[in-house]
Design a protein around this ligand. Structure first.
Ligand code: 2NE
Length: 273
């Protein structure tokens, strides 16, 4: 697969295929692709770039190398109030909170391509992606309680929806690691393939989605999230619907009437049963 670098970053790579796939790679293999605040800020920028690029229809999130997808927050820059930008800020924070929401709000499918460890906050990153393609060497798990941390947001709630409440509690309470096959059996990933076929399979899945209606996929993603995200999810779905309403004659009449300073004539439009 040929990828073209579309923007240069420090901690990540942002590449495009020639047929509408963006690939975002966490490029810190020396720490098993752990993310520091700068990494998350760059990830956020790259996802926004992929969102705004109308030629992009599917996004892959992955980690450099075969040893890890991501090992979570970089513990070397973890301070007493979060992760410190530049490693030395007095006040830290959790930039990844916003990234989780951003991935879920992004109206294009996001596919986690996992080789090696998806651990801790790295595990939560794959949980918030729409699909996960795992290599046979993938290992999944949470470590929070081992290092004095936890993710009670999507990391707990969404995981419980994916694997069931008892299993989700087991994953968090025992901090065990699970192999790719076990992850598949519990519904944590969509498929498992040999590492050598990981990227080709992920690209194939993306291409299958690229051949489908982008608006239908957008509305489906918003529909799944509407159920899970409460009012914020309903807002996304409703605004997506408004986007479609804008494209029709009925809404145009409302806008045109306002601009022409006249009463709108909606009598020409059916009151659908
Ligand atoms: C990922 C894992 C299981 C890999 O094990 P292994 O044996 O393959 O590699 P090793 O030797 O442990 O790691 C290689 C190098 O990467 C660093 C290590 O310290 C080591 O460095 P050197 O000794 O070579 O200098 N490294 C690995 N993960 C790191 C990390 N997260 N931060 C900084 N350096 C890291 C094994 O490495 C592991 O268990 N890693 C820690 C996983 C972890 O606990 N992550 C944080 C969970 S909390 C979190 O992510 C979080 C949250 O809970 C809430 C909000 C935001 C984030």
């Amino acid at each position: 697969m040929d990828w073209t670098t579309a923007h240069h970053y420090t901690d990540i790579r942002y590449e495009l295929s020639d047929d509408g796939i963006a690939k975002i790679t966490i490029d810190r293999p020396e720490v098993r692709n752990a993310f520091r605040p700068e990494t998350v800020i760059e990830l956020s920028d790259a996802f926004e770039r992929a969102r705004e690029d109308t030629s992009v229809g599917a996004i892959i999130l992955t980690g450099e190398g075969e040893k890890a997808f991501c090992s979570g927050g970089d513990q070397r820059v973890r301070g007493d109030s979060g992760y410190r930008v530049g490693g030395n800020a007095a006040v830290g924070r959790f930039h990844v909170t916003d990234l989780h929401v951003q991935i879920r709000r992004l109206p294009k499918p996001v596919v986690a391509m996992v080789a090696g460890y998806a651990i801790g906050g790295g595990h939560v990153l794959h949980i918030v992606c729409d699909l996960t393609i795992a290599a046979d060497n993938a290992r999944f798990g949470q470590t929070g309680p081992r290092v004095g941390s936890f993710d009670g947001g999507f990391g707990a709630g969404l995981l419980a929806r994916q694997v069931g409440l008892k299993k989700a509690k087991e994953i968090w309470f025992l901090c065990r690691q699970y192999g790719a096959q076990e992850a598949l059996e519990m519904g944590l990933v969509n498929t498992v393939v040999p590492y050598a076929e990981l990227e080709a399979t992920t690209v194939d899945w993306c291409r299958e989605m690229l051949a489908l209606s982008p608006m239908a996929l957008r509305l489906l993603k918003a529909s799944f999230n509407a159920d899970e995200d409460g009012l914020a999810g309903i807002q996304q779905l409703a605004h997506d619907t408004n986007l479609l309403l804008y494209a029709g004659e009925e809404a145009r009449e409302g806008r045109t009437a306002f601009l022409e300073k006249r009463q709108p004539d909606f009598s020409q439009f059916p009151r659908r049963p």
